[in-house]
Design a protein around this ligand. Structure first.
Ligand code: NDP
Length: 252
């Protein structure tokens, strides 16, 4: 059973926390990175398009947030040594991680299974699942070095209930849900690391516009409007919750 929490985040909720956000250059990840910084976090901006990450960096600085960091990485081409290297570099610079919002993802194609291109299927599974899993494996020691660490994996309604034509995207989100349960159980009781999944719900972004071309974006919540649950899960008030499924918007 998934749940939605109405949450009002205090201004200093995330002060002194170091939080990595994947897919921080656009859409929900961009809003979350800026939001976390506005609540006091030092944010590490990870993504594949440097110019977008630089724009978010500048916006955080202009708003007076703690100086962020940029970590350019493309999940498509990255392999295990890249993630080990990433963990080493983050350890040298920060010593620990208090949060990871894994938000990056691609849609692939909405099409019947029979016509799903196998290469595209692999790509979606790699970007949405295998790459992030390698990243999180490498980051476990940094998370364990924190007094209170939260991992949030971005799911989808089609990652909790299958839907025709959503192919690799739906399967990759189911896989993330499974990984969240495995990782949360392994780290429960032996560390202060909690791991949960979060379904943003229908949100006004480019990915949504591609998935639902007939929809009027004005009827959708903006990324900024769905942030309260992101704050709740990243901050200390969600301590004790692990291996759970959350929704950023109330179910209709
Ligand atoms: P966007 O397409 O707007 O943003 C996705 C982000 O992920 C972009 O910053 C993109 O980078 C980054 N990204 C994509 N591929 C890679 C890669 N190979 N390596 C590194 N970064 C990459 O999507 P949303 O903001 O809508 O979605 C965010 C998350 O929320 C996704 O996981 C999505 O599945 C999920 N979601 C969204 C919903 C919605 O209604 N919007 C509903 C349910 C789930 P770049 O900017 O360079 O392209």
């Amino acid at each position: 059973m998934s749940c939605h929490i109405d949450y009002q985040a205090p201004d200093d909720l995330l002060s002194d926390r170091i939080i990595l956000v994947t897919g921080a250059g656009d859409g929900i990840g961009r809003a979350a990175a800026k939001g976390f910084a506005s609540k006091g976090a030092t944010v590490i901006l990870l993504g594949r398009t440097l110019s977008k990450l630089e724009a978010v960096y500048d916006e955080i600085e202009a708003a007076g947030g703690p100086q962020p960091a940029i970590y350019p990485l493309n999940f498509e081409g990255a392999s295990w040594p890249d993630y080990q290297n990433m963990a080493d570099k983050l350890y040298e610079t920060f010593g620990c991680l208090d949060g990871v919002l894994h938000n990056a993802g691609i849609l692939g194609k909405i099409t019947p299974l029979q016509s799903y291109n196998p290469q595209l299927w692999q790509e979606v599974m790699h970007v949405n699942f295998n790459g992030p899993v390698m990243m999180l494996q490498a980051l476990i020691p940094l998370l364990q070095a924190s007094q209170d660490a939260s991992v949030v994996l971005t799911s989808s309604s089609v990652g909790r209930q299958g839907r025709a034509f959503w192919g690799a995207y739906a399967c990759s989100k189911f896989a993330l849900e499974g990984f969240s349960q495995v990782m949360s159980q392994e780290l429960e009781n032996i560390s202060a690391v909690r791991v949960n999944t979060l379904n943003p719900g229908a949100t006004r972004t480019q990915m949504r516009a591609v998935a639902y071309p007939g929809e009027n974006p004005a009827n959708l919540r903006t990324p900024e409007e769905i942030l309260p649950t992101y704050y709740y899960l990243m901050g200390p008030d969600s301590r004790g919750f692990t291996g759970q499924q959350f929704d950023a918007q109330p179910k209709k």
